[in-house]
Ligand binder design. Structure first.
Ligand code: SF4
Length: 180
């Protein structure tokens, strides 16, 4: 499996979501029993010679702090990851998170005056799409969001996508980049 990245012309990375340092912190966000399953999955990837990017959202203030990052690094080192890779993301108020802490307010939308033109190349939606067996979505953040679905095939997505979803506001305000 570790040869996979060398066998493609494209970059290949695995990302694993983890939202807390313990089952008590992570499982209410990701689901019952997921903390142990996530760690087991990371161990399997490491055993296969791969180094996944661990994606952490700021559902808890400490997650993105220096001490919080160090705690995640410690967990990963304990699983045999020699060079831990951590990606901190802001919270998007969609899906289960909207039910847990509330959906976006009506004012949380991009406006024409936000003038993204020069600064949107870092957004994942500017250069890729998410292909699933249910269709093609504009980006990984909006998978399963009806407004984010562009069609059934990649050819349906060769057109501009208006950044009208409230999650786009979060990308803009927090400068979210999804390139790793
Ligand atoms: S949420 Fe909006 S701005 Fe962010 S990557 Fe997706 S489409 Fe682009």
């Amino acid at each position: 499996m570790s040869r996979l990245p060398d066998q493609t012309d494209y970059s290949l990375d695995f990302r694993v979501s983890l939202d807390g340092f313990s089952p008590e912190a992570n499982d209410p966000i990701r689901g019952e029993g997921t903390f142990e399953r996530i760690l087991a999955g990371v161990s399997n990837l490491v055993a296969a010679g791969l180094n996944p990017v661990i994606t952490v959202t700021e559902v808890y203030e400490e997650n993105g702090s220096e001490s919080g990052k160090e705690r995640f690094f410690e967990i990963l080192r304990g699983l045999g990851v020699t060079k831990p890779r951590l990606k901190i993301l802001p919270v998007f108020q969609i899906g289960a998170e909207a039910e847990r802490t509330g959906a976006y307010e009506s004012w949380q939308r991009l406006r024409e005056s936000d003038a993204l033109d020069e600064e949107w190349s870092h957004l994942q939606c500017s250069s890729c799409r998410m292909v699933t067996d249910q269709g093609v979505w504009v980006c990984p953040i909006l998978v399963n969001e009806p407004q984010g679905k562009m069609g059934q095939t990649l050819s349906d997505t060769l057109e501009p996508f208006r950044l009208e979803h409230p999650a786009c506001w979060t990308c803009h305000v927090y400068g979210v980049s999804c390139r790793t």
